[in-house]
Design a protein around this ligand. Structure first.
Ligand SMILES: [Fe+2]
Length: 300
């Protein structure tokens, strides 16, 4: 039986202006700085993970690594075997010494993304707090090799295809969230966006207001998606990283019936369920193919 990851644990991002980005993520995006170690800064949400975002100084903005959560050491070992069996470049599971710790391994997927799987490490007591991101709800990744990447995520990490639109495959992890990862049909392996979960619609709305006040206009939204049924608001964050506030992500179990591209269509002119939002801005379309994965090693 294929062992499955539980969702996204954290994401590491390279930034050129570390102080400016750090100020944004704590005072506007409303994460909490939990640790500064060396040049890196670590930010937590209100969920249990030690951090959900780390920032690293670099010469150009990039995605450095995505870390998926595993249930325990046995799951890490099984996931390692699955990743190895796929032929991916990988390191052996080991104790992590970086802030937050944990036990896991890094690897490269078929399109060269730096990914990792980990369990354990430091945690916080989880709380439901208005206006503050709780966790990373999902990450959408553009894929040049769409079928190959989606197949890797299923076979190596245990994601299940839960819904499919004309442009994206929505992948369900071993948790109640409808999806934790989406693979988007594109010409390259770039970041489409990172979605941070708010506890309710009002927190998304007030977050969008806070972003507007700080000079970050809404690039798409407020709306409600089809697959996942989640509320969304998209922005260009520091150095134009594509960010989403989301809430009300559909919670599912084994009774959920997956649908295909014929079902997941909106009428002409619509890009969500409500029909209030304009379509995504040209800027959002541009920045949704801007962030590549750093060439740095995948090793943790
Ligand atoms: Fe999203």
């Amino acid at each position: 039986m294929t062992v499955r990851v539980n969702g996204v644990r954290s994401v590491a991002v390279d930034v050129c202006a570390l102080d400016t980005a750090g100020e944004f993520y704590s005072s506007v995006w409303n994460l909490d700085l939990v640790e500064a170690a060396g040049d890196a800064r670590y930010f937590r949400g209100t969920g249990p993970h030690h951090h959900v975002l780390s920032l690293h100084p670099a010469r150009r903005p990039a995605i450095r690594r995505i870390v998926f959560e595993a249930a325990d050491r046995d799951a890490v070992a099984a996931l390692y075997a699955q990743v190895r069996a796929s032929g991916a470049q990988t390191e052996a599971p080991h104790e992590w010494t970086a802030p937050g710790g944990g036990f896991g391994f890094g690897f490269k997927d078929p399109e060269g993304r730096n990914l990792a799987v980990a369990c354990g490490g430091a945690t916080h007591s989880s709380a439901s707090v208005p206006d503050r991101p709780h966790k990373i709800a999902h990450i959408n990744l553009n894929a040049g090799e769409y079928d190959k990447t989606a197949r890797f995520m299923s076979e190596a990490l245990g994601f299940r295809l839960i819904d499919e639109s004309a442009r994206a495959r929505f992948l369900h992890a071993d948790c109640a969230d409808h999806f934790s990862l989406a693979i988007v049909k594109a010409g390259n392996a770039t970041l489409n966006h990172i979605a941070f979960e708010m506890i309710d619609l009002d927190s998304v709305m007030r977050g969008a207001g806070r972003m507007r006040d700080a000079g970050y206009p809404i690039e798409w939204g407020i709306g409600r998606h089809g697959p996942g049924d989640n509320v969304f608001a998209y922005f260009a964050g520091p150095e134009e990283i594509p960010l989403e506030y989301t809430s009300e992500v559909l919670q599912i179990d084994d009774r959920y019936v997956p649908r295909g591209p014929d079902y997941w269509k909106f009428p002409p002119g619509r890009s969500d369920q409500w029909g209030v939002t304009n379509p995504p801005t040209a800027r959002l379309a541009r920045i949704q193919q801007l962030f590549r994965f750093t060439d740095d090693g995948f090793r943790t």
